[in-house]
Design a binder for this molecule. Structure first.
Ligand SMILES: *[C@@H]1O[C@H](CO)[C@@H](O)[C@H](O)[C@H]1NC(C)=O
Ligand SMILES: *[C@@H]1O[C@H](CO)[C@@H](O)[C@H](O)[C@H]1NC(C)=O
Length: 172
């Protein structure tokens, strides 16, 4: 009897059926899920997949860790930091490109240039797991990556950046 099926299950199944899974997926199929990590909502894409490269199985797990960077995002040491962090912790998931699409090295370098001096002041190094050298460079046809247009804002020292950058510039 249909009446016995709990509503939640139906919704869950419908959601699952809407997400296309390639017929002959590689060993591990990537299934897109809507981004729920608060910091990573509205960064220019809405879907991610788990586990991420840091082996977080759920977005809750990834969110706990990425939110440790919230003070740095708030202080705007780099306007690229939020996008960079989110693209690492909640990687973009695309329906028709079932491969990891990391941020480009340039995004990482801009975030690091802006924020690592500040982190150092507080006794933290730039995390090894966010080593920019591991990321592909823009234009590498073998390894696609995400970059976007954000100039001049990240070269200012943090204190000035904090004062000069209008809040609306935060949005991608
Ligand atoms: C993401 O979701 C928001 C809110 O639902 C929507 O306005 C926006 O167009 C979506 N972005 C993409 C890239 O689909
Ligand atoms: C960034 O935007 C400017 C102006 O809109 C454009 O001329 C330039 O080509 C863009 N750069 C990149 C890397 O897309």
């Amino acid at each position: 009897m249909a009446g016995l099926i709990p509503g939640g299950l139906v919704v869950g199944l419908l959601f699952f059926l809407q997400v296309p899974v390639p017929a002959s997926a590689a060993s591990k199929a990537i299934v897109c899920q809507e981004i729920t990590v608060p910091m990573c909502k509205g960064i220019g894409y809405n879907y991610t997949y788990m586990p991420n490269q840091f082996n977080h199985d759920t977005q809750d797990e990834a969110g706990l860790e990425v939110h440790q960077f919230w003070p740095l995002v708030e202080i705007q040491c780099s306007l690229d930091l939020k996008f960079f962090l989110c693209s690492m912790y909640t990687p973009i998931c695309l329906a028709d490109y079932k491969k990891p699409l990391p941020p480009c090295r340039s995004v990482c370098e801009r975030a690091k240039a802006g924020c690592s001096p500040l982190m150092r002041q507080y006794g933290f190094g730039w995390p090894e797991r966010m080593n920019c050298d591991k990321l592909p460079q823009n234009g590498d046809p073998e390894n696609l990556c995400m970059d976007y247009n954000r100039t001049e804002t990240t070269t200012l020292p943090p204190l000035f950046a904090n004062q000069l950058i209008p809040p609306e510039a935060q949005n991608t």
